[in-house]
Write a protein that binds this ligand. Structure first.
Ligand SMILES: *Cc1c(COP(=O)(O)O)cnc(C)c1O
Length: 356
């Protein structure tokens, strides 16, 4: 931790106005944000200051050509209200992979991580303590050149803001696999957390909702046969007591919850296999009863069990009383994040305050 930040504190924190038992998801922002600029080939102007709009020129390249990437992470507290981060370094590494794919400058991992530590420590009074609640952390970067013309911008802004979020208790999700739209192809930008991927997913998601389904189950872009992921989560299935998840093929987003789940399941002695999984195989396993669970994994919802999978005219319904693996996964990740489950992989890192 060695970067110098200019710190300007808000005169009065908004935290006293927050009802911790009733936090609307994605609508409440904390007091401060971290901001840095990329100018003349280097990162500069490191600052933590009160959160406020940033005036932007209409010719800003990000609006037109979409150089915009982000991360999603969570901070939690232990029983003594110490602020904790979950695998922050891994988020820095993934952020830089997204940056490199989108022709954006990388930000030094230690600068990314220090900024996350310091802003979270500063906003620690905003971290809800209830199991499953957290401080959601949103680091992002976008192009700032005021130029029309398709090329990589030469200047960028990197910002981190944070938001308290309540437990994201999802009802079991209904998944719709369809052949018309795809999320990503190998060689495309599916592996990057870049803004346009989410814009592209909105129309298919709306169409799925009209059919009564909560999330699109994305199939591969070439064969429309292999399951990739759901909505904005990675996906796991349980068939004959074997936990299956699609292997990272270059089109799937490499989820940090996914990676954590694979390691945790293995360390518990559960059988986990990463391999291509076809939609036909899933429907078949659903019909003959060997498919017992399906669940999404991601930072926001942590684990989201699925109740239905639809493809063409076939619908598989899962027994929601059988959640052996998804419940274990949910309790283990949340327990780790509140330090009520032993952290044998050393994933939990106490957030450190800014030091001059
Ligand atoms: C962020 C994201 C995930 C989940 O990643 P986590 O690191 O577990 O939060 C999965 N799929 C997509 C498309 C995502 O954007």
């Amino acid at each position: 931790m060695s970067y110098k930040f200019k710190i300007t504190k808000i005169s009065e924190s908004g935290v006293s106005k927050l009802d911790f038992n009733n936090i609307p998801f994605g609508k409440v922002f904390t007091d401060h944000m971290f901001v840095a600029d990329y100018i003349d080939g280097q990162w500069t102007n490191f600052e933590i200051k009160p959160i406020a709009p940033i005036p932007t020129h209409p010719g800003n390249m990000a609006w037109h050509y979409g150089q915009a990437i982000f991360e999603g992470m969570k901070a939690t507290v232990d029983a003594a209200r110490n602020p904790l981060l979950f695998r922050p370094e891994m988020h820095a590494v993934r952020f830089n992979k997204s940056a490199s794919r989108m022709s954006m400058p990388e930000i030094p991992n230690d600068l990314f991580v220090q900024a996350v530590h310091n802003i979270v420590h500063m906003e620690k009074d905003w971290i809800p303590a209830q199991a499953g609640s957290a401080l959601y952390i949103r680091p992002f970067m976008y192009a700032t050149d005021e130029t029309i013309g398709v090329k990589a911008s030469e200047t960028y802004k990197f910002i981190i803001f944070t938001m308290p979020v309540g437990p994201y208790y999802t009802n079991p999700v209904k998944l719709l696999a369809q052949d018309k739209y795809v999320r990503a192809v190998i060689g495309g930008v599916g592996e990057a957390k870049t803004a346009g991927n989410y814009a592209a997913s909105l129309l298919p998601a709306t169409m799925a909702k009209k059919e009564g389904y909560d999330q699109v189950m994305w199939l591969d872009g070439v064969h429309k046969k292999y399951v990739q992921e759901i909505g904005t989560m990675n996906i796991f299935f349980v068939i004959n007591d074997e936990i299956l998840t699609p292997n990272l093929d270059g089109a799937i987003l490499a989820g940090i919850t996914r990676d954590s789940m694979i390691q945790l399941f293995k360390s518990e002695g559960f059988k986990v296999t990463e391999r291509p999984i076809t939609i036909d195989e899933l429907i078949e396993a659903g019909k003959n009863g060997s498919l017992t669970e399906a669940f999404g994994s991601g930072t926001a919802a942590v684990i989201a069990p699925a109740s239905h999978i639809k493809h063409n005219d076939e619908v598989v319904e899962l027994d929601m009383n059988n959640r052996k693996y998804s419940s274990w996964a949910f309790d283990t990740i949340n327990g780790l994040k509140n330090r009520t489950v032993a952290d044998k992989f050393n994933w939990i890192v106490p957030a450190e305050p800014y030091q001059e």
